[in-house]
Design a binder for this molecule. Structure first.
Ligand SMILES: [Zn+2]
Length: 259
């Protein structure tokens, strides 16, 4: 009996007090979820790994932010402009949140929507690209380098020679943009399109989606990597447009040509 009354009593109070509390909690939760959707996966702790280094570069473009529709200032852009090459290894504690593609490759979740949009538009124009290689672990990068070294050794190169040549094609672990999840090797699907058609389309259109051809043939001395028409790097639309317009590479754009 006592138990029954207790329940009745709680039942009368529920709409007046608990109902309002739950309603307020729901609003709070929705706001919280909305905040993370709006911010994508750009969790603050990730940006901080590079913020002191790249934030000042972000302003170097000089243009406004409006063309990306992000309207968010330098900090939000910093992750897009991380410079990783043989002279600038990535931070050891770098963390990346990945989105897996339908073919099993993965890319940084923050750039994924731009990549998808670029591929959708290419396909609507009869060009069929595919991500041949996206994110790589350090271990995977090392095994790719080892394979390349073995190739040169098989051709008769000495160990040191094979290593020197291999490094022109394959970055040493810690110096590859593939480990950031922001570099992608894009090739033709092999059915509807040929490699050259895809490279050509990307070369002409990639910047509109925030992607740059990262290792152009006339910049190998600066990038340290041989001409790779398939390797694209996400830098955001603002930087990509300026890099494309000026015909510079990422190192030049960032003012990091010190070697
Ligand atoms: Zn690549």
């Amino acid at each position: 009996m006592g138990y029954g009354r207790g329940r009745q009593s709680r039942g009368r109070l529920f709409p007046r007090f608990l109902g309002r509390v739950i309603f307020l909690l729901l609003i709070f939760c929705c706001g919280f979820i909305f905040y993370y959707i709006v911010n994508g996966q750009a969790l603050p702790f990730k940006d901080q790994t590079r913020a002191p280094y790249s934030a000042k570069r972000a302003g170097g473009g000089g243009a406004s932010n409006h063309d990306e529709g992000e309207g968010s200032g330098e900090k939000k852009e910093a992750w897009q402009l991380i410079l990783v090459n043989k002279w600038h290894p990535m931070p050891e504690d770098y963390q990346v949140e990945l989105t897996e593609l339908s073919n099993g490759q993965s890319v940084d979740s923050r750039m994924y929507p731009s990549l998808q949009k670029m591929f959708d538009d290419a396909r609507s124009q009869g060009i069929y690209p595919t991500v041949a290689s996206g994110y790589r672990t350090a271990k995977r990068q090392q095994s790719l380098l080892d394979e390349k070294i073995a190739e040169y050794e098989a051709e008769g190169c000495t160990g040191a020679e094979a290593r020197r040549k291999a490094k022109k094609w394959v970055a040493v672990p810690g110096t590859s943009e593939h480990q950031l999840g922001l570099g992608v090797d894009i090739n033709a699907d092999g059915v509807h399109s040929k490699g050259e058609e895809v490279y050509d389309w990307l070369d002409r259109n990639g910047y509109q989606y925030g992607f740059i051809r990262r290792y152009p043939k006339d910049k190998t001395g600066i990038t340290g990597i041989i001409n790779e028409p398939w390797h694209y790097r996400f830098v955001g639309v603002k930087a990509a447009k300026e890099i494309y317009r000026r015909g510079v590479c990422l190192e030049e754009y960032l003012g990091e040509v010190s070697h």
